[in-house]
Design a protein around this ligand. Sequence first.
Ligand SMILES: Cc1cc2nc3c(=O)[nH]c(=O)nc-3n(C[C@H](O)[C@H](O)[C@H](O)COP(=O)(O)OP(=O)(O)OC[C@H]3O[C@@H](n4cnc5c(N)ncnc54)[C@H](O)[C@@H]3O)c2cc1C
Length: 388
Amino acid sequence: MPKKILVLGGGVGGVVAAKRMAERLRGRVDAEITIINDTDYYLLPPLLVNIALGDIEPSAAQLPLSLLGKRGVKFVKAKVTKIDPDNRVVETDQGKFNYDYLLASLGVDFDFQSYNLGVGYHNFTLEGALKLKEALRSFSGGRVVLFTPEPIYRCGVYPFEMVSQLDTIFRKRGIRDRVEITLIHPFERPIQPLGPEAVKITEETFARKGIRYIGGAKPVTVDDKEKVVVLSNDKVKYDLLIVVPPARLPKPFEGTPLVADTPMGKWTAVNVYTGRSLKYDDVYLPGEHSMPYIGLPTAGVPVHFTALASAAAISGELLGEPVDPAQITAMACALDYGDFGMMFNCDVKLDLNNNKAMWIGSCYSILTSPLGRLIKDLFYKTWLATTM
Ligand SMILES: Cc1cc2nc3c(=O)[nH]c(=O)nc-3n(C[C@H](O)[C@H](O)[C@H](O)COP(=O)(O)OP(=O)(O)OC[C@H]3O[C@@H](n4cnc5c(N)ncnc54)[C@H](O)[C@@H]3O)c2cc1C
């Protein structure tokens, strides 16, 4: 009987892990790798910004998951509804699947209910990016507010990039003098976790571009009738509202023993070195839903490296020999501020005793220049081109 490896999520973590296991095991171990995803394509979420800003069409950010077939990975389109690790069963809207190894990378759920965020535009899904694109296209002036109510959301640097890019776009369209741009964010100072260098550059950029930053914000709600974002001590008027939804645990994990309570909410609990579940030896959870638990940001780069480590651990066990986990030692962070870009590097140290990744305060700029935009562009295009 072949060993059944079931991968949940055909996104950043799931695809890289499935591909790596297929490469390692093919011809050496009798294994069947199946990937389950609720759409039939892989989407690279950072490119949703480019779609919303009208730079690329959706097809340039997607790849059909059926391409994994050439690597011997079977793809099933289904929605995962429940994970039962005690019985090694995953339930979906297309039936039940059992496994010898489970690897899940299901991203995070986006909470548009809290703070009445559902009334705003966003680019956290393909549909959202296309609606934001239309809203920006027909916008001819007024108050644009980007509202980030909580500190844990998909891609920490995104709001800082987005407001900077909007400034550049409105300048190019010749309407910048008719637009006010405001970013509301819980960090006292912009982009704070990346450290003083990034804060300084961002504050100078916001000052030069005339972007208003409301830091340390204590959000209450969005009042769509009055068109205001209500904070505990202020009301901020908007004509165009762009929101950043807080990240939440994906539904299939809810109520399972795979989850632990943390001061920052409920997240899947894993070993920082391998992404392995703390409770089940046959379950690996390298997705974004585990990042807050191990102290990493909810972003694609740490998910990618954790997924590679999980793939190495499973392959090593099946091959009966250790495989280099290629664990994360540094995080590259590429930023596009509209008229220039930056590459930051954050050194990452894994504290195995405390099961945490240490990175805050270790970030420094490698490049701050107009060329930085080109590098970010190449970074994501190359990522997509080499994914399958
Ligand atoms: C606008 C934006 C900009 C970003 N910029 C950056 C950046 O510059 N750098 C960076 O590192 N990261 C960035 N990210 C974040 C990055 O994309 C995510 O952290 C990463 O995709 C998470 O990987 P994942 O595999 O956990 O989830 P995903 O890549 O989202 O993959 C999850 C997959 O699971 C599927 N799925 C979810 N639930 C189910 C279910 N119940 N059943 C079946 N399938 C399901 C989804 O359709 C998806 O295909 C950005 C994200 C956004 C939205």
